[in-house]
Design a protein around this ligand. Structure first.
Ligand SMILES: [Zn+2]
Length: 241
């Protein structure tokens, strides 16, 4: 039962079997398309989503319509973190950035397990701390690092979470994620393509040279990846700098 979760989602894999089964009883295994909106800012969170593939992002949207990515979740965690603090209103606009699949768990189940002491609550606390650090690092990154560095970081993070060989990423989408204008993104994409780091064709990005992309990215890629992996005490760290 639920073998798929053992293979992919690190948060679920870190739970004892008994807790994992309690969490997933009644859960639905679903496919999620790119750009799917989980919930907007201040919208009620009805479910948590434990990703098995793909990547979701948290956008903060300003009154003038501009938005920027402030964090992401992939197979290391889950969407719906406010639930573990007793909250039901989303503080982000949460969307599925790269298509994938997930276990969809009712909010009441998550909150009931969180209410009793045990491995699930302990793991949630560690994971919440990691997400807090991710948000802090992202805030510093958005202010101090260049669009080019953040673009490279974002491509690497996307590749970590995506099971597809090419990433379905349009300039418009990347612009929104980075809070940069499309012409800037286009110029950087052309430069990365020209230098052999990526191949970018018709809204599809294929990473050609990961090592060089790592050098183009800021330190935040390795820092954030490490923080999230450590939150579930797993050591299959990828090639971080
Ligand atoms: Zn950075």
């Amino acid at each position: 039962m639920h073998d798929l979760s053992l293979q992919t989602n690190r948060f679920l894999r870190a739970l004892p079997e008994e807790d994992r089964q309690r969490l997933l009883i009644g859960a639905d295994l679903i496919e999620i398309k790119e750009r799917h909106s989980f919930y907007s800012m201040r919208e009620t969170i009805t479910h948590a989503y434990f990703l098995l593939s793909g990547m979701s992002c948290f956008l903060i949207r300003m009154r003038d319509g501009r938005a920027v990515d402030t964090g992401s979740v992939g197979v290391e965690g889950f969407v719906g973190l406010p639930l573990v603090f007793g909250g039901r209103a989303s503080i982000y606009h949460c969307i599925m950035q790269l298509p994938g699949s997930a276990w969809k768990v009712r909010a009441e189940v998550v909150q009931r397990m969180q209410d009793s002491a045990g491995p699930f609550r302990d793991l949630c606390q560690r994971y919440a701390h990691a997400r807090y650090k991710q948000a802090a690092q992202s805030a510093a990154c958005n202010l101090l690092h260049t669009v080019e560095q953040r673009f490279a970081r974002w491509l690497l993070t996307s590749q970590d979470h995506c099971t597809l060989k090419t990433l379905p990423l349009t300039h418009e989408l990347i612009s929104e994620m980075l809070g940069a204008n499309r012409s800037t993104v286009s110029l950087i994409a052309e430069k990365f393509d020209h230098d052999g780091l990526i191949q970018y064709r018709h809204g599809q990005v294929k990473i050609q040279h990961r090592e060089r992309l790592l050098h183009a990215a800021c330190e935040c890629y390795g820092t954030i990846s490490q923080i999230l992996l450590q939150s579930t005490d797993l050591v299959d760290v990828q090639d971080h700098r």
